[in-house]
Each structure stands twice: as structure tokens, then as C-alpha cells.
Design a binder for this molecule. Structure first.
Ligand SMILES: [Cu+2]
Length: 136
């Protein structure tokens, strides 16, 4: 009897830990330099994700990300500094680029393919984005 009770408690505790870890934030490392963006993964799973961006270059960079439900960017990141950006990724394609003028054209862009669980049927038909103005 005592042994059965003990097992039940252990089982419950394990379930709690598992549930917690799946809900935790994942991290994707992003390295920026002239003129390239390196990602630790380009095929992350859906969910809450923190981009840890490091500027390994010699001029200031930044990172902007746009995709399903996300439109965010960091402030300018000075050489040698880092920044983080936390977003909730959904299944779909996301674009990342450096919003400093000219940098994306020189190659500072990347894409993410998020494979995910079904995100329901939220069809956003609210048209053109208004937050996409140029840097500065
Ligand atoms: Cu840049």
C-alpha cells in the first residue's frame, strides 16, 4: 500500500516537470556580422522562443522578424553587444533581417520554417501591415 502511494506521487511529480519543460521558452542563437546572419536553427518548433542575438561584426546591427503573428525588432546592437527578442512562433514561415539600411540587401537576411502543431483556424484578413516602415 505504501509503495503504491509512493509511485503515484512520483508519477505526478514527473508529469508536472514534463508539462513545465514543454511550456518553457526555447532559445535560438543568432550571430550577426557584415553581412550575414547565422542561426543556430532554421527549423524550430512552434512555441515561445527567445532569439539571443550577438553582434560579432564591426558596425551596429539589429534584427527584425516578421511572420505569422509576429512583427518585432531589436534596437540597434553595437559591435560586441547582444540583445534578445522573445516571440511566440507559430507554424509557418518567418523572415529575419537586419533593418539597418542596405544591410539586408547585402545579405543580412534569413528565413525560419516553423513546424508546428495546429494553431487553430485564426485567419487574419486584416490586410496590409502598417508597422513595416523603414528603419529610422
Ligand atoms: Cu546590419
Amino acid at each position: 500500500m505504501a509503495a503504491v502511494l509512493g509511485l503515484a506521487v512520483v508519477g505526478a511529480a514527473t508529469a508536472g516537470i514534463v508539462a513545465h519543460s514543454t511550456a518553457s521558452t526555447k532559445t535560438i542563437k543568432v550571430g550577426e556580422r557584415e553581412y550575414h546572419i547565422t542561426l543556430s536553427t532554421t527549423k524550430p518548433a512552434a512555441g515561445k522562443t527567445t532569439f539571443a542575438i550577438e553582434n560579432n561584426g564591426t558596425v551596429a546591427h539589429a534584427l527584425e522578424i516578421k511572420g505569422p503573428g509576429v512583427s518585432k525588432r531589436t534596437p540597434l546592437i553595437q559591435p560586441g553587444k547582444s540583445a534578445t527578442l522573445t516571440v511566440t512562433l507559430k507554424s509557418g514561415s518567418y523572415s529575419l533581417w537586419c533593418p539597418v539600411p542596405g544591410h539586408a540587401a547585402l545579405g543580412m537576411k534569413a528565413a525560419l520554417k516553423v513546424k508546428g502543431t495546429t494553431v487553430g483556424s485564426t485567419t487574419t484578413t486584416s490586410g496590409t501591415s502598417t508597422g513595416g516602415s523603414a528603419w529610422g
